[in-house]
Every structure is written in structure tokens, then in C-alpha cells.
Design a protein around this ligand. Structure first.
Ligand SMILES: C[S@@+](CC[C@H](N)C(=O)[O-])C[C@H]1O[C@@H](n2cnc3c(N)ncnc32)[C@H](O)[C@@H]1O
Length: 254
């Protein structure tokens, strides 16, 4: 959590003075992102292009892990947390923004055959996800991996999932994308099901950096969930794991 507004020029100058070696990669990212924004018509197309560019170099880096060890550890953290919260092999899980299955391969291994359904806007990262399934010998678990253009879940049946999960997805999403998800997730969640997501939390002004990283106040997301008939709860025990993002759990309201 932070109160820093990373989009402010004063923050950027202070940060650059303290971290001069980060200036060239930041400048490259700035130029790349400006070019991709010019070429694309909406946020999802833009972020899909960001993922294409990143996944071509390294799928593990594209999902935010600087090394294979970090990739494994971050996936384990997500998996252990959900199992600690009662995830069972018979659950049916929807993973929104599944990436290259950093946590997904563990869920696939644990859940009964066919119990895992991963969605992502990036075909490139889904190809990398297929590699992960092969590397971990999980073909027989028959996981579903599907590219999507939006978060309406129109092709999925009512009440299909007991658990939905989105790790480090809303941290890259403008509020319209999150609201689209909130307005449709209730339909595909089974009675008693829950949806966990992480977000970059700020206690200051909400802002974004390069339209890649978005910072929200907890009450904004809880209020938005409520508007769509969902009950939202801040997960304080996730904070104990000292991950840089925070977590909210959403269930059917009332
Ligand atoms: C930082 S990665 C995290 C991947 C995975 N959840 C994990 O923890 O390894 C974010 C993923 O979300 C996907 N993504 C971003 N916006 C999305 C959206 N609106 N709908 C579905 N996937 C999205 C990206 O393509 C990327 O694969």
C-alpha cells in the first residue's frame, strides 16, 4: 500500500535522481507504451500488445517475475493462500488473467480433472501457458485455457464456478474493466462461491502509471462491488504475507 502518486512529475524526478540506472529502461518503456497506445483503440487491445511485446522476451517476466525462483514462489503464495481458505479438489475454478499459469499449474494439479478454467486477453501468454502444462505433465487434467476480449463471461454457464481468482490483473486495469467484471461475475459464481482479486492499493489519490499500473483506494472497489449487488471484504490476512498488492474477496450480496 502507498500514499505515493507515481504519476506526479515531482515523484518521477525524485525517483530518477535516486535510481539513475533505471532511467534508460523506463525511457524505453515510455516510448514503447506511447507507440502501442497509438496503434490500439482501447485499453484491452493496448494491454494485449504490451503482453505480446513482453511475453516474446520472457513469459515469466511478462507476468511480473524477475526470476524462475520468484515465479515459483509467487505462484505458491497464491496457491497456499487459497488452500488455507478451504479450496478443495472438487472446486471449479475460474482464473481471470491466468497468464502463463504461475499459480495456475498448481491449481490444475490440485483440482479434479477439468476443474480449472483460465482466461486471458493475451493469446501469446496462453501459448506460454500451454508450455507450462506440458512442462509439469498436467495434460491429463484437461485444463481449459481461453482467450477473451472482455470480462462479460458470456460464453460461460450460470453458477459454474465455486471459486474465481484474479491475481495482479486489476492492478493493470482501468476502472471500466473492473466494473465490467463486477457486473458479470455474479452470474457465473455458484451460490456460496467467492471471487478473490488483488489490487494495487493507495490511501492517497487514485492514479495510474503509463496505463500499465493502476492504484485504487479500497473503498472505491468495495463501493463498486456493492453497486453490482456483491459483498466485498478486505482480506487482512493476505497483508501478513507482505505481497505488494492487497486482496479483496467478493461474494453474492444480501
Ligand atoms: C501480471 S499478469 C498475472 C498473471 C497470473 N494471474 C499470475 O499471477 O501469474 C496479468 C495477466 O492478466 C492478463 N490480463 C490483463 N487484463 C486482463 C483482462 N481485462 N482480462 C483478462 N486478462 C487480463 C494479462 O494478459 C496477464 O496475463
Amino acid at each position: 500500500m502507498s500514499e505515493t502518486d507515481r504519476s506526479r512529475l515531482s515523484h518521477k524526478i525524485r525517483y530518477a535522481t535516486r535510481n539513475p540506472r533505471r532511467i534508460p529502461p523506463y525511457a524505453r518503456r515510455l516510448a514503447r507504451d506511447a507507440w502501442l497506445r497509438l496503434k490500439t483503440r482501447d485499453h484491452v487491445s493496448y494491454y494485449r500488445a504490451v503482453m505480446k511485446s513482453d511475453a516474446t522476451k520472457s513469459p515469466e517476466r511478462a507476468v511480473g517475475s524477475k526470476s524462475h525462483d520468484r515465479w515459483l514462489a509467487l505462484g505458491k503464495m497464491q496457491f497456499d493462500y487459497l488452500v488455507g481458505h478451504g479450496l478443495e479438489p472438487r472446486d471449479r475454478m475460474l482464473e481471470i488473467g491466468c497468464g502463463n499459469l504461475r499459480a495456475g499449474w498448481r491449481f490444475i494439479d490440485y483440482l479434479d480433472t477439468g476443474g480449472y478454467y483460465g482466461l486471458d486477453i493475451s493469446p501469446d501468454i496462453l501459448i506460454a501457458a500451454q508450455e507450462t502444462i506440458k512442462e509439469h505433465g498436467l495434460q491429463a487434467k484437461m485444463p481449459h485455457l481461453t482467450p477473451v476480449r472482455d470480462l462479460r463471461f458470456a460464453f460461460l454457464p450460470d453458477g459454474a464456478f465455486t471459486v474465481a481468482h484474479a491475481h495482479s490483473v486489476f492492478s493493470h486495469s482501468p476502472i471500466g474493466v473492473i466494473e465490467e467484471c463486477f457486473s458479470h461475475i455474479g452470474r457465473v459464481l455458484a451460490p456460496g462461491g467467492f471471487f478473490d482479486f488483488t489490487f494495487d492499493r493507495t490511501e492517497g489519490a487514485e492514479h495510474h502509471v503509463l496505463r500499465e499500473d493502476f492504484y485504487y483506494r479500497t473503498e472505491t472497489l468495495i463501493g463498486l462491488a456493492d453497486k453490482h449487488g456483491l459483498a466485498a471484504q478486505f482480506m487482512a490476512d493476505w497483508e501478513e504475507l507482505r505481497h505488494k498488492q492487497s486482496k479483496i474477496r467478493v461474494t453474492h450480496g444480501g
